[in-house]
Ligand binder design. Structure first.
Ligand code: GLU
Length: 277
């Protein structure tokens, strides 16, 4: 069984990096006689737009990809995400956090803290709002919720590991490298890490194929899978497509947009060749 997915956020035009990721996943699924799913990561409703989503469908179909309909949209899954948060809350593993980014910057750079440490989500949270004992009572709606990493690791068998292509990667001490990550953002009801893990499990994804910029996030995802009793898929983190100055492409790089290449006369075949596929 081989089920993989491409999960873009409709916040801008897809660029060559997305084309590479989507075509690689599609090719691998096809070679394995498996399934390629398209999923729309539109949790951040403040930034997602239906126009961008329509252009994602158009660009991917133009590249020659196909996928079963209907596609899953994260915006329809908030009750599922809330239920998972509720179970973690009841296990005493979450706490509300009211810190702003500026608060975290200030606390993390206080002289007694040493050099600020960075994790996959930016600065490692210095623990300002972390309670000494797990909070009791009703889980607050509308506030950010963090995972108490120290307490979480005590509840799990260590060490955790996952399969990256053919290698087994063991997770180290996640309190030092990742810290208390946000599982519910105040404005969104969940976070990328929580939603992606639940979506992958519910869609029975067996292989996650995505850029190597997400390798550090995979440690978080594997941890959450263990915590929530979900299977861990096999991971394949592919090389990133960079511009001539070596920078990773971003959605703002309209010059690298698939639509721009198409307007200039590129074909799906020439894009494949450009990407070394
Ligand atoms: N929406 C995420 C992104 O575009 C998906 C990442 C993933 O494949 O897990 O970065």
């Amino acid at each position: 069984m081989f089920i993989t997915r491409f999960a873009p956020s409709p916040t801008g035009l897809l660029h060559l990096g997305h084309a590479f990721s989507a075509m690689l996943a599609h090719d691998m699924a096809r070679a394995a006689g498996g399934t390629f799913l398209l999923r729309i990561d539109d949790l951040d409703q403040g930034r997602c737009r239906p126009e961008w989503e329509a252009r994602i469908f158009y660009d991917l179909a133009w590249l020659g990809l196909d996928w079963p309909e209907p596609v899953l949209r994260q915006s329809t899954r908030l009750p599922r995400y809330r239920a998972a948060l509720q179970s973690l809350w009841e296990r005493g593993l979450l706490y509300p956090c009211t810190c702003t980014r500026a608060d975290i910057r200030a606390a993390a750079s206080a002289p007694q803290e040493g050099a600020p440490l960075h994790g996959p989500d930016g600065l490692i949270y210095p623990g300002t709002c972390r309670p000494a004992a797990p909070p009791t009572g009703t889980m607050p709606m509308g506030s950010a919720l963090r995972l108490d990493m120290g307490r979480t690791l005590e509840t799990l068998d260590n060490p955790l590991s996952f399969k990256e292509q053919d290698a087994l990667i063991t997770l180290g001490d996640l309190t030092g490298t990742i810290g208390d990550i946000v599982l519910a953002r105040r404005d969104m009801g969940a976070s990328y890490h929580l939603s992606v893990v639940l979506d992958d499990a519910d869609q029975k994804i067996t292989h996650v194929i995505r850029g190597e910029d997400l390798l550090a996030a995979t440690s978080i995802h594997v941890l959450l899978q263990h915590l929530l009793g979900l299977p861990t898929p096999a991971y394949h983190h592919h090389r990133l497509i960079r511009d001539e100055r070596g920078r990773r492409l971003a959605k703002r790089d309209d010059a690298r947009a698939i639509a721009t290449y198409r307007a200039e006369g590129a074909t799906p075949q020439s894009i494949r060749a450009m990407l070394g596929l």
